[in-house]
Each structure stands twice: as C-alpha cells, then as structure tokens.
Design a binder for this molecule. Structure first.
Ligand SMILES: C[S@@+](CC[C@H](N)C(=O)[O-])C[C@H]1O[C@@H](n2cnc3c(N)ncnc32)[C@H](O)[C@@H]1O
Length: 387
C-alpha cells in the first residue's frame, strides 16, 4: 500500500521534538510546521503514532486537497472526496475548520458548507446521509484552509491524545498531559536520574515522567478514532499494541518526587497516580518549596508555578520569585531547575541567570521554559557562570 499523508498537531513550541519522536516511531519524512508535523506512513504508523506519541494532540489523515477562492470551491473540494471509502452513512460526523490567512469571512459557514458536501456526496453514492453529532461523533472531519488551498483530513485519534484516561481530579490549572510530557523532554531528563516537581498540583509532570521511565504507552488505556474507519485493520492494531505493551516495565519505585504545599492538591495527584497504575512509583510529600531541601544530591527539577490568575495572587507572586531564587541557591546546587511560566516577571524577580529560555505555548498563552543550572555560587545575576 502506498504511504499516506498525515499531520500530527501538538502544542506550539514542541514541533521539532514531535518530529524527532515520530521519526523514532517509524514515520517517514517528518517535517515540522507551525502547530505540528507533516509525515508519511502506513496504517501501522498511524496506530503507533496514536498509541505511543507523548507529544501529539491529534493525528490527522489527509483525504483530499484542492485550491479554493470561495465557499463554493470549498464545497466542490469536499464533494470530490469519496467519503464512503472511509466510513458509512450510519456513522455520525462532526466537521471542524481551522484557517490561517483564509480569504473566507465566516469559518462557521465554511464548516456548514463542508458538512453539506459530505452529506450530498453520501446521498449520491449511497442514497443516505450521515447524521451530525457535535458532542460525541463517530467520525471527526477536519479541514484546514490556508490562503488558497483547502486540505481535508480524517481525525484518526478521536478524543485528543492528551486525554490519556488517568486524570480523575484536575486541580486548579493542570497542564495538558502532552504539554507536560514535552516539558519533561525539553528538560532533558534521563529516567534513572532523580526528578522533582515541587509544585505538583494534580501531578501531571510526575505522572508523565513515570510513564516515560516505565515505557508505558500513553494511549494504552483508551480507544482511537481510527478504530471506526472502514480501513481499520484489527490485526495490525493488535500487533502494534502487543509490541508496545511488551516494552512496558512493571511498576516499581522510581526516583521521582512530587510535592505540593497543599494537602488537597496532593490528594488529587494521588488519585491520578493510582488511576495511571503508578500508585507506588512516585514519592508524594506535602511541603512548601521555600523551606524544604532537595530529595537527592543532584537531579532535575521541573515546576509549573501558579499563574496569578486570581485577584491578589499577582503581588504574592512578585514576593515569591526572589524567595524561590534564594531557595534554589540554598538547597539545589547540583540540580538543573526548570520553571514553566507565562509570567514575564519570573526571570527578573528570581534574580538568577537563566541558561536557556524556550518559548512554548499553553493553549493560546505564550509561556517560557526557563532553565537554571545550579552550580554552587555561579547563578547570581551578574556573576560569571561556572557551569
Ligand atoms: C499551576 S499549579 C501546578 C499544576 C500542575 N502542573 C498540574 O498539572 O496539575 C501550581 C501549584 O503550586 C502549588 N504551590 C503554590 N505555592 C507553593 C509553595 N510555596 N510550595 C509548594 N507548592 C506550592 C499550588 O498548590 C498548585 O498546586
């Protein structure tokens, strides 16, 4: 079978890492683009990418592409696709449209136009049309409009891939699971080295790190959109799944530490860890980062401090950052420390020199991952860096 074209979307800032990850999973010609990675592959790669990618949000299969200037052209483009090759009129559909620099004035209208074209094509090919179900559709169709080309995709993931299935209790501002995995990867953590999230909330960073350490496929406990496509090959899927699960290591105590100042947050982390089957793998402890030492001589700290979205938190954070910098100097020499934040005051107020600042988006929010390499006496602002 000739290779098919795919697009895997991801949080902006993780495209290059996703391309590397997909290449490792066997994808051909991965190319980083804003918001995701285009690649080629067969059904097996489609299954693997959905099951094993820690960074992708969705894996989309390209089913058509046509030039357009008007809604009418978009309709013609969608009408030209034999949708019944991919799914049946008995399955419900949902259409979503994304656009960059599209000349069309209403994306809502473009969405309706595509839905009508799919239904019209079904009526002429099969005498019946599929129903629309925007809440829990069997089949998700996605169109991407750039300035002159409409591309049509089938979503092979179904629910977004960040929904691994372990999140029972979300906490206040949880990171999306694939963004958390990307942050752990950007921190360059090697499983086996100590890992600490001192402000863990619902535990997402520690859970993703533990799943990496034990080679647990992130999608092992959920279903996928590709299982509902006419091209679904159960044998290929079961083989792919079996191979991935065979690489999984049994749960064991890991040098992964998750802490939070509040017991209620830790309870959420505990519930989520249990749901992920990692109950005894991570050490949970109630502690304030400002007055608790490191759990090991050296390691990687990754934290996502509060954002200050609530009234009054802003000034509290401005007082918190210099104390945080002081804590790092006092307790964390030998550690690489990473803070993921959208608060541009953090790098100034922490009073340490960041050795790296990686731009990364949390949804629409532009954030940075700040790296501080803590070598005794070397990180004071203005001091020569020794690391
Ligand atoms: C933005 S949330 C972290 C969310 C987390 N990454 C997740 O995915 O659920 C920030 C967390 O920092 C905790 N926190 C705030 N101040 C703290 C302190 N001084 N020491 C430890 N934890 C603190 C809060 O309780 C909250 O759970």
């Amino acid at each position: 079978m000739s290779p098919q074209a795919f697009f895997a979307s991801c949080p902006r800032g993780l495209e290059a890492l996703l391309a590397e990850e997909l290449r490792g999973l066997g994808a051909r010609n991965p190319e980083s683009l804003p918001g995701g990675v285009a690649f080629e592959g067969d059904l097996r790669i489609c299954c693997r990418a959905n099951l094993e990618s820690r960074l992708a949000t969705r894996v989309l299969l390209k089913v058509g592409r046509s030039p357009y200037r008007s809604e009418r052209d978009v309709h013609e483009g969608a009408l030209a696709i034999r949708w019944s090759d991919w799914f049946s009129e008995k399955q419900s559909i949902r259409v979503d449209v994304k656009a960059i620099r599209s000349p069309l004035t209403s994306l809502e209208f473009a969405t309706l136009t595509i839905k009508d074209a799919v239904c019209d094509r079904f009526r002429s090919d099969r005498g019946q049309r599929p129903d629309v179900d925007t809440r829990s559709p069997d089949i998700r169709i996605q169109a991407f409009l750039d300035k002159d080309t409409a591309s049509f995709y089938l979503d092979t993931s179904g629910e977004a891939l960040n929904r691994r299935g372990y999140r029972r209790d979300a906490g206040e501002a949880p990171l999306k699971e694939n963004l958390a995995a990307g942050i752990v990867r950007l921190a360059g953590w090697n499983p086996g080295d100590p890992f600490l999230d001192p402000m863990c909330g619902s535990g997402t960073l520690a859970i993703e790190a533990a799943m990496m350490a034990l080679a647990i496929p992130p999608g092992h406990a959920r279903g996928f959109g590709f299982e509902r496509l006419a091209t679904f090959d159960r044998r290929i899927w079961e083989e792919t799944r079996k191979e991935a699960l065979a690489r999984r290591q049994p749960p064991r105590r890991l040098p992964i530490f998750a802490r939070d100042r509040y017991g209620d947050e830790l309870k959420k982390a505990r519930v989520n860890l249990e749901a992920a089957g990692l109950g005894d793998c991570v050490e949970l402890k109630q502690a304030d980062i400002l007055d608790t030492g490191a759990p090991a001589d050296a390691g990687v700290m990754v934290a996502n401090p509060p954002y200050g979205a609530r009234l009054g938190e802003d000034s509290a954070l401005a007082e918190f950052y210099p104390k945080l910098g002081h804590t790092l100097k006092k307790y964390y020499s030998g550690w690489r420390c990473y803070f993921f934040s959208g608060d541009t005051r953090l790098p100034k107020l922490i009073r340490l020199s960041a050795s790296k600042r990686t731009p990364l988006f949390n949804g629409p929010l532009e954030c940075r991952l700040y790296e501080y390499r803590m070598v005794a006496g070397s990180n004071r602002k203005g001091a020569p860096r020794a690391a």
